[in-house]
Design a protein around this ligand. Sequence first.
Ligand code: IPM
Ligand code: MN
Length: 352
Amino acid sequence: MYKIAVIPGDGTGPEVVAEGLKVLKAASERFNFKYRLEHHDLGGERYLKTKETLPDSVLGELKQMDAIYLGAIGHPDVKPGILEQGILLELRFQLDQYINLRPVKLYRGVETPLKDKGPDEIDFVVVRENTEGAYVGAGGFLRKGTPDEVAIQEAIHTRKGVERCVRFAFEYCRKRDRKKKVTLCGKTNVLTYAFDLWERAFHEVAREYQGITADYAHVDATCMWMVKNPEWFDVIVTDNMFGDIITDLGAMIQGGMGIAAGGNINPKGVSMFEPIGGSAPKYTGQGVVSPLAAIAACQMMLEHLGEQKASIGIEEAIMKVVGRDVKSLNAGKMGYSTSQVGDLVVKYVQGR
Ligand code: IPM
Ligand code: MN
């Protein structure tokens, strides 16, 4: 019996999570596993009412779960940063979800903006460090509000944090068993402390993985290659900020925010799965956004929980929907509503 916490969150989060839960139910019936859901109302509405972001009591409950299924965090009436740092980053840090795993995979039938590239060329995974770097909130102001103001935002890279991330990337590459290549994405020519540490850890760990090529690309060049030659990549490992940036680019080449999902992973703890697109306030409540990213997040969650067959079943259903049914993944252009797309995935999961 899996205990799964559900945090629908803000904006379109609840409507896409509802579709993911329909698919979860269908998968559990077809593939014979049991689960129990525990809903949490974390997000902008709760914050506006109570000024709470992530109360200790909720964090304590989340720590008891087998996984967390998250919709989106971000509310137009709340100052940017409060919910993102107070809920999303706080969950990642508190639960030590030190990997943000973001597959970039183009399914047949999905449009990519890259000319002459298809599913054979666009199929790699980004392993983003998820608990350190510039996202830890270290820094401060001096002389705030004066013409002499100084703002400092420190990026923290620890040997331990970097090494465990790099090791995860090599392990994942071995398991994935594709091109057998891990590319470190950094900026060794400018960030000569941080990426010196990354580079040393990377090459030391690489030595333990005979048969896997250890490759390096600067972050700016990585962006270029992701557009020009995405087929060069297999597993990319990188720090928190670079990973944040290149995975939005990755989402675009795999067909957009309507399909891109990720997992915040603590291999020995509680992991959290989410569509990476955000709360999309302007589409909220209209039933026009694609639920496939949230459904793909559910699929990743089941894979993580060890429900291999269910995960494959859901992925195949997603592939059918994008191959046969939806016209586009863009909001309002699918040819179906959010819940109709969810129903199609359910139908295929059920083998109908
Ligand atoms: C993401 C998001 C978050 C991040 C924001 C909302 C804090 O952009 O998951 O990529 O930067 O990690
Ligand atoms: Mn992001």
